[in-house]
Design a protein around this ligand. Sequence first.
Ligand code: SF4
Length: 311
Amino acid sequence: MAAYLELYRSGKLRERVDEAVSLLESCSVCPRSCGVNRLAGDMGKCRTPREALVSSYGPHFGEEAPLVGRHGSGTIFFTNCNLRCLFCQNYSISQLGEGHEVSKEELADMMLSLQAKGCHNINLVSPTHVVPQILEALEVAVESGLHLPLVYNSGGYDSVETLRILDGIVDIYMPDMKYDNEETAKQLSGIENYPEINKAAIKEMYRQTGDLEVNEEGVAQRGLLVRHLVLPQGLAGTKGIVNFLSKEISIHTYVNIMDQYHPCYKASQIPGLGRRISSSEFREALSLAREAGLSRLDKIRPIGILRVRAE
Ligand code: SF4
């Protein structure tokens, strides 16, 4: 049973919706804290007004195996982002605004339609800047029978205060850990204090949901799943990230060390980012994770470098 059903029955989901929507008045939904009045239609760094924008939605079979199961993960791709990654692989959606505004009723219909298609979860892709809108839609969808677990699939630049509103609502957190170095984060994603904010967010996500739990069919029910994209020349700081997970979160953390980086968007303007990673760079990242004591490493997908089963 999805966690939010209990909050809905107790009437507390309504309070959480109001709390989240109130953050839009002087926007502090994410750590950028732009302070703009999104209720009045003003826009901050994420360029998103009062309503959320959606690029596409549908069953997705390319996500991690525990999310996909037999019937797919029900993804909803939100337009725009609170990050400005120069190498974003979905830049037409995250940076160029591909998508259209949706009302809470339309967003609720998307969730219900994914459930009707048999998906195992509702996978909210880039949800950070539209948490209030998601909760408004969730309330509408629950009234019409939504019961699937929510997956919060973010870039990991999330505020602890906003995450606390999601306590008891989100079942599965799937954040990125992009960088272990502040200057790299500033240069490549245009943000301040990414490592500090990211680590605090991961701790809060883990506090709420714990290690990833799967059912007898291997489908995720609850918990934390971390994604880490290996960048060329060690720019992602893999060693610091796997050591943090191992020492400060749990050695049972489910981690997807990803090899699929390829130069996109403005990547070729950045020294070192104009190429894919090598097989030795990827093997080294896996070794670092194992040396740190992490053993729940996602099955590596064959995307042109090597085929490795990391478990
Ligand atoms: S959600 Fe958007 S407007 Fe609000 S603080 Fe973050 S970037 Fe700024």
